[in-house]
Structure formats: C-alpha cells, structure tokens
Design a protein around this ligand. Sequence first.
Ligand code: AVJ
Ligand code: FE
Length: 436
Amino acid sequence: TLTDAEALRERAWSALTAARARTTLLTTCVDEPDLVAQHSPLMSPLVWDLAHIGNQEEQWLLRAAGGQDPLRPEIDSLYDAFEHPRAERPKLPLLSPVEARRYTAEVRARATGVLETADLTGPRLTRAAFAFGMIAQHEQQHDETMLVTHQLRSGPPALSAPDPAPAPPYRGPAEVLVPGGEFTMGTSTEPWALDNERPAHTRHVPAFFLDTTPVTNAAYQAFIDDGGYRDPRWWTPEGWAHIQRHAITAPLFWHREGRQWLRRRFGVTEPVPPDEPVLHVCWYEADAYARWAGRRLPTEAEWEKAARHDPSTGRSRRYPWGDADPTPAHANLGQRHLRPAPAGSHPAGQSPLGIHQLIGDVWEWTASDFLPYPGFRAYPYREYSEVFFGPEYKVLRGGSFAVDPVACRGTFRNWDYPVRRQIFCGFRTARTAEDS
Ligand code: AVJ
Ligand code: FE
C-alpha cells in the first residue's frame, strides 16, 4: 500500500542518514595520512572502508534496486572484499580521500533519488525494502569496523564521547535458571533481518544457568591473578598453542605497571575499570576463563532463548525487554559512548528473567560455530553469509557499544575467527542445570 511505501521511505532515509553521519565523523576526525595509512594488518585503511561503503551502495541501491548503469565499474574489484585481503588493501590504487568522499556522496544523492521515485509496490516493495535496510546495516557495520581501526591506531586521541552513567555496584543474583523447553529461534518476519537470521524455527533448549551480566574486568583479573594464562588445564589445545605462540598473557590493549593493570582506549591510557565488562579477549580466552570458573560458554541457541523467549507467553520477542526499538535507557548502542557500561547498567533493558546487557556493551562469544539454520536461503548474495558457514568461525551475539540499533536485535548473528580480539568482544558464562 501507499502507506507501506511511505513508511519504508521514511525509515530507510533516516537509517541511511544516520549511518552517513557516523561515517563522516569517523573519516573526518583524522587527517589524510591517517585515512590512507594501515593502522594494523588486520584492518583496511579507513579510506578503503569509505569507498567500499559507497561501492556496495552503488551495486545494491543504484544498479540492483534502481536499474541504473554502473557509475564507476572500474573500481568494483578494488572494493571487493573477497578479491583483496585486508593486509593488501593499502597497496591498491585506491581512490584518494577527496575522491572517495565525492564518490560516496554522488552515490548517496542518486540512492535518495531511487528511494523517492522507485515504484515501491507489490514484490518490489519487499525487495527494495530489504535492499535499503541491508545497505544501512552494511554502512553501520563498517562504521563499527572503522571504530576498531581507530582503537588500533596509535597517536593522540581523535574521538571522544561522554562516558556512560556510573551505575551502583550490581547486587542482583550472579546467574539465573533458564527453564528447559522449546523456543522459536531466528525470524521470518523481521523485515531487515539478514539471510543468516532466517527462517524462524523451533529449538529445544535444556535448562541452563546463565550469568546475569557480562564477565567484568575484575572477574577476569582474578583469572589472570590465579595464573590462568599459565595453566594448560583451562585451555583447548588450539587455544593453548595460540597463546604460547603469540605470548598472550592478558586482554589486548592491557599492560601492567607494577601491580596496576592499565589499558589504552582510543589514544588514552587509564586504569582497567573493575566493574566494566571485559573487552578484547578472543574466543580461546573466553573459553578458558569459563572452564577455570567451572562453567562454559553458552551456545548460540541458549543465548537467543535468554534474550528473546518470554516465559509468560511462550513467544520469542525482538529484544530482551520486548518488541520496542532500543532507546538509550534499554542498551548502550550506537557509539554514543566509546566504552561498555558497568555491569548491571540499563535495568530497563533486562530480560524477563533478570538478565542484563544482552544487547549492547560487548559482543558476546558463544560456544557455537557459524552454521545455517534449517531452511536457510542465501539472500541477496552468497558472500554475505553462506561462504562463511563452517567450523572456522564462532558466533558472537548481542552487539557492542559500537553497533547501531539498525544492525542489532535479538536474532542478529555476528561471527569471527576464535583468535580475533581487536573487535569489541567480551562474553558471559553458562552451566548446564543438573536436572535438565
Ligand atoms: C558480519 C561483521 C562479520 O565485517 O565481515 C561487512 C559484515 N559483510 N561487509 C564483516 C560485513 C560485508 C561482516 N561481519
Ligand atoms: Fe562490506
């Protein structure tokens, strides 16, 4: 109907505009040499992300949705993430910062035209609605990636944001029982859910206990102080080999001065805040901590059941607090702050069982490999999810302070290698209930 088309135009326009404001901030707060430099072999130069954002928008909104001829077909391969691994990207003949800005702005002007004039009726509405949502999410995902690059960059601070409100020490229970039984995992109705979140399907999840907050720096420091990094009992063989080979003894960006742990955060060094969720640990470290604590990482299905299942109705909801879009009271999202909020923050965002901070703050490692749901269909391209399915990648859930709400929901799935820790990742732990 006309109103559906109008609603889509509004929603898509505001999601695209919000993403571009974020992209602009992240690519204007440093000077040109910093945009073209590679701050870590793990990351692209910021100017690559900028033009890649424009190039994906050109492919999906101008060419696919708008039926337009290519604007700059000759640059497609430069910005194809599969053709060039990140480490090689600085050597490519990339668009300069000025050219990249001009290109992305030109694409956006035309995409706005497509949104205003496209025939958004029938099946076209559904397809176009998805394309605009996918591209807004894509830009916000790269905005998170660019924030990771900023965190890896050395030199004086370029970004700042107010800290989250201080929270009183969390005094609730450390864990809660999630009763066993079936729940609906994934979605077939959320319009901007990506292919890997689909379709909705039933899962039986036996009873388990889950931490009510993410694991804090203080708790993680107890693992370090107890010699956790020197005791192979806590580690998988791969994890143990990895920390030996790379001499890993603490989370990334931490260092010790005397008895004090310090961490570098966006160019500023500060004492490690005890009540904050731990950040920048790889899957192997999260898994080892959990074993040391006599626990384990939750599976992806356990995480999603804790985040979405409403025990009073049996229904799966969009978020732990219900179906309403996130507000700042619910969750720390969207780079409003450049750090996670203390454990126990955002009581308005807790789940019906009293589990805090499932959405926002830190991406949470799960025990699960990244696999398709039963009935999965790649859409709109195999390279979004399908080519990554398999045991090499572990799933992360819940989103971090750096993720925009448009790319974060109870069904959203992120994935990465178990060695990665430059991303904004932490975890919480679980244990199986004896009588499950
Ligand atoms: C879902 C975060 C793993 O950054 O590789 C960006 C998102 N896909 N461009 C990634 C993505 C294509 C993806 N992750
Ligand atoms: Fe991309």
